[in-house]
Design a protein around this ligand. Structure first.
Ligand SMILES: NC(=O)c1ccc[n+]([C@@H]2O[C@H](COP(=O)([O-])OP(=O)(O)OC[C@H]3O[C@@H](n4cnc5c(N)ncnc54)[C@H](OP(=O)(O)O)[C@@H]3O)[C@@H](O)[C@H]2O)c1
Length: 272
């Protein structure tokens, strides 16, 4: 799972480890990943939590390296959790020249699903959980400006990226079919995490205030992802959007199959 060194992701890792899973914890920096793995392993006697450090998961070479390392180390993979994500102000580009929100929130999950899908399928009841957001609502995909070169707005870029991740959830579900793995998108709720603390003091304060007023705990947010990862009834609901413990329809735009196919093709080009 990605983004496992803090926030909702660290809690997902703890809860999965407590259930007895061997968790591969992908985190920024070898040392931090190793430290987090030790902390999470303390959740349960005998828990197996293995660190995989990355420099920046938004870089294409790093997305591929994570996938290749996992394939080389683990002959069996039951679950992929694409949790790492963020919002960025002002507009930034990765070392590959890809807009950072799109690269981290959309392209990294795409590459991991593409590369790990076969191993997940051959492992049996494989599953993918993509941590998306209710912020996808009211957004649309702009193929003329996928990386928002014109008129960048951080919240719009974030909302679009979460719409795109939900659409990819549905598109991979369609492509993989009943043979699986099952792919689920989740909204963890509004969660009091470190989200949005990376964009200056005013924005950090606004996020903290909003989380203080309406946020739930990281553990509660993580529980939705763990539910999606483990509930047997969801095995044949691939492509669903899960909020709390219920399947929800998601926005009308998220259910447009033609746009999802086009987005998949665009991601294939951008990930190359
Ligand atoms: N908080 C909410 O209300 C909320 C609501 C809906 C959806 N979400 C989604 O939930 C997921 C987790 O967010 P969170 O709330 O737990 O926020 P968070 O505390 O900021 O955690 C984000 C995670 O992503 C990792 N990450 C960020 N940039 C990265 C990069 N370039 N390479 C590798 N890892 C990177 C972070 O690693 P570091 O530990 O190194 O920073 C961290 O583990 C995100 O996808 C977010 O969009 C959150």
């Amino acid at each position: 799972m990605t983004g496992a060194t803090s926030g909702i992701g660290r809690e997902i890792a703890r809860q999965l480890a407590a259930l007895g899973a061997t968790v591969v914890l992908v985190g920024r920096g070898e040392e931090r990943a190793a430290r987090s793995a030790q902390e999470v392993a303390a959740t349960r006697p005998g828990a197996r939590v293995e660190p995989l450090g990355v420099r920046d998961l938004a870089d294409r070479a790093e997305m591929r390296r994570v996938a290749e390392t996992v394939l080389a180390r683990y002959p069996r993979i039951d679950l992929l959790v694409n949790n790492a994500g963020g919002i960025f102000a002002p507009r930034q580009e990765t070392s590959d020249g890809v807009e950072r929100t799109f690269a981290l929130n959309v392209l990294a999950p795409f590459v991991l699903m593409e590369r790990l899908g076969g191993r997940l399928r051959s492992s049996g009841a494989g599953r993918v959980v993509n941590v998306t957001s209710a912020a996808h609502r009211g957004q649309h995909v702009d193929f003329d400006d996928l990386e928002m070169r014109n008129g960048y707005r951080p919240y719009r870029a974030y909302g679009r990226s979460k719409l795109e991740l939900l659409m990819l959830t549905r598109e991979f579900a369609r492509r993989w079919g009943a043979a699986g793995p099952a792919v689920l998108g989740v909204h963890p709720g509004v969660v009091r995490s470190g989200f949005g603390q990376n964009n200056g003091r005013a924005s950090a304060w606004a996020f903290r205030l909003a989380f203080h007023l309406v946020g739930r705990s990281e553990a509660a947010g993580a529980a939705t992802a763990v539910f999606a990862a483990t509930d047997p009834a969801l095995a044949d609901r691939s492509g669903s959007y899960v909020v709390g413990r219920a399947v929800r329809p998601g926005s009308p735009a998220s259910r447009d199959p033609d746009t999802a196919r086009r987005l998949y093709d665009a991601c294939t080009r951008l990930a190359a």
